[in-house]
Each structure stands twice: as structure tokens, then as C-alpha cells.
Design a protein around this ligand. Structure first.
Ligand code: HAM
Length: 419
């Protein structure tokens, strides 16, 4: 097939046989959001490119290599959003949300875009669900945000999802840690990949995130951030852990979690399902206490996380989780003859108005073809309107599973079916 009529690489269609899975996840997400007292927010799919440069970071992989950017007709530079936190914080500041409420608890879901090498669990257009809690640096809040994710995955029926947490400290302790990292990596400089050589100058913490096996091996013995936390950050992290234990949420401290976005400080965490292989993070998040100020708001702390629908669905499928049911047909309508073909239109409308899911195929005319289709459908009843029924102002209702059928007067039909 000519490639101009195929999907862009790294994207996919959500076909009807899968779409209900997405709706199931969205409904569960909204249900947890309501219970945790979060409100929905939707931001545009594209933003000024500076929004991401200033927050995710000029030197991050996302901004450097993965953003889809374009210039509009007036020469303004935009990016398809690679993530949701920066747009939400932009909206929070721009709409003066901190003036009207001290705390904003926001949830969102939608497509994000990153230009990366596509593979299982990694796409160029992917879908995230996420939450942002803006307005508190209380360690209880960190634990509550994590608890949201934990309950969400639990109620979707997932098992063996591990939670890893870390603290990456604040700017002050970060500086000390950067120095320690540079000292550690310096003797290995020649063995590092070209990206890591740059990272050493720009953001040494990113050295811990490199996927190159040689760099990974060197990084495995690097000093841990936790040993460089100042008293306040260490205390905060300790409190977060105390709350998690109190909420009965199992976790492991992984001092290697650095996260790929620059806005983070203090708590960072990931939900991991190992069987997904290279793309095993189902969700990740952390604290971003400087971001609201960066976007021109008051100095306001925040924390949140986001997860990927695709990785979640892969995990749920792998574990045989159910996704609720796709909508079942209640009634398959069958009509025979010209007059019945016309009158069935009214009956179908009445049934649909009364809330029933009704299927009908006007192109099939023979009894045999229509009944075959009714049997193949997942409908509970076939409703048959033929010459006799027209005369009697009735219909035949046939229960498809048992084959039992009865003649019902048309004006009693809705009442009968509603029983
Ligand atoms: P992130 O770790 O970049 O964080 O992405 C969160 C999740 O999105 C990942 O754990 C993964 O499940 C999914 N994801 C990321 N990239 C892809 C991709 N190319 N294909 C499929 N799934 C992907 C953030 O985006 C932050 N905004 C999270 C956050 C919210 N931090 C604070 N608040």
C-alpha cells in the first residue's frame, strides 16, 4: 500500500474491539479522582514551546530530542505537548487558580507526543492519565498522591506492580550531590557515551539515567542522593515513608530514581511492572515545588504523577484482567415485507427512546438472513415484525439463548421489556 495512506510511525488506531478497554480505565480513573476529591482539567494539545523548555528543561532528552515542534503562519513556535504537568501548571497560573483556592487538585487524560524510537510500550503519540496536587508541601500529600495511583491500579485488578520511591532533594542539596557525582564520574570520563559527557557539565544527575550499558555499569556504583539530603529534605522523605506505611502501601526506596524531567525536587516515584521489559514504568511522578513560580505564580509547591494507558492495558491484558463489558445489544429487530420494514422504524425509535440498545440491518430482507444475524449478535431478544404481527398490532419476542418466544402487544412492549 502507498505509505501516504498509512499511519505515522509510532501511532496506532484504537479500534472498536479495544475502545471499551479505554473507557473502562477512564471511568475507573474518574471514580478514584472523585473519591480523592480531584477535579478535571483539559488543556490544549499544543503549547508555546517555552512552556516545556522552561519546565521539563532545555537540556532534557524530551526537549532536546523528542518534541514535535512547529511554527505557525505568524512564525510562532509551538510544541505538541510531550507531557501534562507543565500545561496544567501554566493553566493554574494563567487562570489565577491560586487566588480563588489555596489548593488545586486536578486530574487529566489525553494524548501526549514524543519523538522516540517506537517499541512495545513506547509510542510517538501515547495517552496519559495524570493528577496534580498544587498548593501543599506537606509529606502527607506526597503519600496521598502515591495512594491515588496505588488504589487505581489495585481497583483495575493489577498485581505485582512495584512502587519505588526516592528523594532527589532540593536545589541546595542537589548542588552538593552534583559535585559528588562529578568527582565520581571524572575518572571514567573517556568511557562515557557522548551524551553522558555532556550530562556531566549540564546536569550530572542525568548520568544515573543513561541506558547505555557501559555508562549504566559505571553509574551502578555512583554515590546515592539520599546520602546528600539536607536535614529538611531527609526529614520530609522520612515523613512520606511514615505515611505510606500508615496507609499500608508497600514501597521500596530506590536511590537511582532521578526522573527525566528537570522540574522535580524531593519526592520522586515510579510504579513498575517488570514483565513489560524496557518500558516497565506504568506511571511516574514527583514533587515540583518551583514550577508555579517559574511560570509567574506565587511560590507554590506541587506534586503529581502520570501514567501511560498503553502500558497499563498491556499489563492488564498480560494479567488477564477484565475490562468490564462492551455494551451488549438488548434487542435485534427483524422485519418482513414492505409495510413491516416501514413500521419497524417507529418501534426501533420507541425502544431507543426508552433506553434499549437496538440493532437492525435494513439491508437484510430475508427471515433467514436476519435471524442468522440476530443469532450471531450478542442480543438478548430478537424482535420479529411480520404480516401476522402487523395485523395483530403485536411483535414476536424471541429469547435468543433459550429459543422461547411469545407474542406481545405493541403497546405493552416497553412495559414488558422493562420488567
Ligand atoms: P513521565 O515519566 O515522562 O512523567 O511519563 C509518565 C508515564 O507516561 C510513564 O511512566 C509511561 O507510563 C508513560 N509514557 C511516557 N512516555 C511514553 C511513550 N513514549 N509511550 C508510551 N507511554 C509513555 C511525566 O510525564 C510527568 N508529567 C509526570 C508527572 C505528573 N509528574 C508530576 N506530575
Amino acid at each position: 500500500m502507498a505509505t501516504k495512506y498509512t499511519l505515522p510511525r509510532g501511532t496506532y488506531d484504537i479500534l472498536p474491539e479495544d475502545e471499551y478497554k479505554w473507557q473502562f480505565i477512564i471511568e475507573k480513573f474518574r471514580s478514584i479522582a472523585a473519591r480523592f476529591n480531584y477535579y478535571g482539567i483539559t488543556t490544549p494539545i499544543f503549547e508555546r514551546v517555552e512552556i516545556f523548555e522552561r519546565s521539563v528543561g532545555d537540556e532534557s532528552d524530551i526537549v532536546q530530542k523528542e518534541m514535535y515542534t512547529f511554527t505557525d503562519r505568524k512564525g510562532r513556535k509551538f510544541a505538541l505537548r510531550p507531557e501534562g504537568t507543565a500545561p496544567v501548571v501554566r493553566a493554574y497560573v494563567e487562570n489565577g487558580m491560586n487566588a480563588s483556592q489555596q489548593i488545586s487538585k486536578l486530574f487529566y487524560y489525553g494524548p501526549m507526543f514524543r519523538y522516540d524510537r517506537p517499541q512495545k510500550g513506547r509510542y510517538r503519540q501515547f495517552y496519559q492519565f495524570g493528577i496534580e496536587y498544587i498548593g501543599s508541601d506537606n509529606p502527607y500529600v506526597d503519600a496521598e498522591v502515591i495512594a491515588f495511583g496505588s488504589l487505581f491500579f489495585k481497583e483495575l485488578g493489577l498485581q505485582n506492580v512495584r512502587l519505588e520511591i526516592n528523594s532527589i532533594g532540593c536545589k541546595d542539596c542537589g548542588r552538593e550531590y552534583d559535585k559528588a557525582l562529578i568527582d565520581y564520574f571524572k575518572p571514567f570520563y573517556e568511557e562515557l557515551c557522548s551524551d553522558c559527557k555532556k550530562r556531566m557539565e549540564i546536569n550530572p544527575k542525568r548520568l544515573l539515567d543513561c541506558k547505555n550499558p557501559a555508562c549504566k555499569k559505571i553509574a551502578s556504583k555512583a554515590p546515592a542522593m539520599l546520602d546528600y539530603l539536607d536535614k529538611q529534605c531527609a526529614g520530609h522523605f522520612w515523613e512520606v515513608q511514615k505515611y505510606l506505611k500508615q496507609m499500608d502501601i508497600p514501597f521500596a526506596v530506590n536511590p537511582r530514581i532521578v526522573r527525566g524531567l528537570d522540574y522535580y525536587n524531593r519526592t520522586a516515584f515510579e510504579f513498575i511492572y517488570d514483565k513489560l521489559g524496557a518500558q516497565k514504568a506504568i506511571a511516574g511522578g514527583g514533587r515540583y515545588d518551583g514550577l508555579v513560580k517559574e511560570f509567574g505564580g506565587n511560590d507554590t509547591p506541587g506534586i503529581g504523577f502520570a501514567g501511560g494507558f498503553e502500558r497499563l492495558i498491556l499489563t492488564m491484558e498480560e494479567q488477564g484482567c477484565t475490562f468490564g463489558k462492551s455494551s451488549k445489544t438488548d434487542i435485534y429487530c427483524v422485519s418482513l415485507g414492505e409495510t413491516a420494514n416501514l413500521e419497524i422504524a417507529e418501534i426501533i425509535m420507541q425502544l431507543r427512546k426508552a433506553g434499549f440498545i437496538v440493532a437492525y440491518d435494513a439491508d437484510k430482507t430475508s427471515m433467514k438472513a436476519q435471524m442468522k444475524a440476530a443469532d450471531k449478535s450478542d442480543a438478548k431478544f430478537a424482535l420479529i415484525l411480520g404480516e401476522n404481527e402487523l395485523k395483530n398490532k403485536s411483535v414476536i419476542l424471541r429469547e435468543l439463548k433459550s429459543g422461547k418466544q411469545s407474542e406481545i402487544s405493541q403497546n405493552k412492549l416497553i412495559e414488558y421489556l422493562s420488567k
